[in-house]
Design a protein around this ligand. Structure first.
Ligand SMILES: Nc1ncnc2c1ncn2[C@@H]1O[C@H](COP(=O)(O)OP(=O)(O)OP(=O)(O)O)[C@@H](O)[C@H]1O
Length: 255
């Protein structure tokens, strides 16, 4: 059984003050096996964030279903949804989403504090993660005292601390320079190699080349996928670029 299964997912937005409707997802079908690192690519407006928001339970689908470990997300009761999100999913966003008034350590531990984890266990989980991410020396600083790359590593630590079933990353390298992006992607790849499942939305072919599979989304559905297999990152990046070029030259909405 796949860890994550997306079946016939559909999303139509209806404008608040008119009947105007936008179909963001038409019929999305794919699954992610435990331990995979999957990237989702597609042009602006193709539905990537909508898809991630529905998988994250931040938004509701108009039709279809998302299953995690075989269980439909729509069955989760409203009062359980925050705890589900906190305990089961790890989030990494483009703009880090750290709390400015909390130290780095407190930012990382926040999900555990909210789920009332004993202090000794928090400390036990914290140290190996911050060591692995190279931010141990900064844990008593505040977010404004560290670089963008370090901030994103803090966000990854916060995502990992709950030992989530899946990490959902939305443009995690979007606000980083190329060196920090490379470093972050190497870290995410290393984390994936320890068995952590990752689903990442990205515009960057370089970032996507670190994953094991790339899904291409257009006009609200998945229309192509490629596997990394035995290819190096550079070879895979070349294939991703070729796929994007070929597929976009085959035409979009206007053809
Ligand atoms: N809250 C909303 N209300 C109405 N329409 C929306 C809403 N959010 C997104 N859309 C529309 O749904 C479509 C898909 O948007 P989405 O943000 O999912 O695309 P995206 O692929 O993530 O784009 P980008 O790469 O620019 O972030 C677009 O046409 C967008 O305008």
């Amino acid at each position: 059984m796949a860890l994550l299964e997306i079946k016939n997912l559909k999303k139509v937005y209806t404008a608040r003050f008119s009947n105007q409707q936008t179909e963001a997802l038409s019929t999305v079908n794919f699954s992610v096996e435990k331990g995979e690192f999957v990237s989702i690519m597609g042009e602006s407006g193709s539905g990537k964030t909508t898809l991630l928001n529905i998988i994250s339970t931040l938004d509701e689908a108009t039709g279809g279903e998302v299953y995690l470990d075989g269980k439909p997300l729509s069955n989760i009761k409203d009062k359980e949804i925050s705890a589900f999100r906190r305990n089961t999913l790890g989030f990494v966003f483009q703009d880090f989403n750290l709390l400015d008034n909390f130290t780095i350590k407190d930012n990382i531990l926040l999900p555990l504090v909210l789920s009332k984890t004993p202090v000794a266990e928090m400390e036990e989980r914290l140290i190996p993660i911050v060591r692995k991410l190279g931010i141990e020396a900064h844990i008593n600083k505040y977010p404004y005292e560290v670089s963008g790359g370090q901030k994103q590593r803090v966000a990854v630590a916060r995502a990992l601390i709950t030992q989530p079933k899946i990490i959902l990353a939305d443009e995690p390298t979007g606000a980083l320079d190329s060196k920090a992006s490379q470093n972050l992607m190497e870290i995410l790849k290393g984390i994936n190699e320890t068995g952590q499942t990752i689903l990442m939305v990205t515009h960057s072919t370089r970032a996507a080349s670190f994953s094991s599979r790339v899904l291409f989304i257009r006009d609200g559905s998945v229309y192509h996928e490629i596997y990394r297999g035995e290819q190096t990152s550079d070879e895979f990046m070349e294939r991703i670029s070729q796929s994007l070029t070929v597929l976009s030259s085959r035409g979009g909405k206007d053809e």
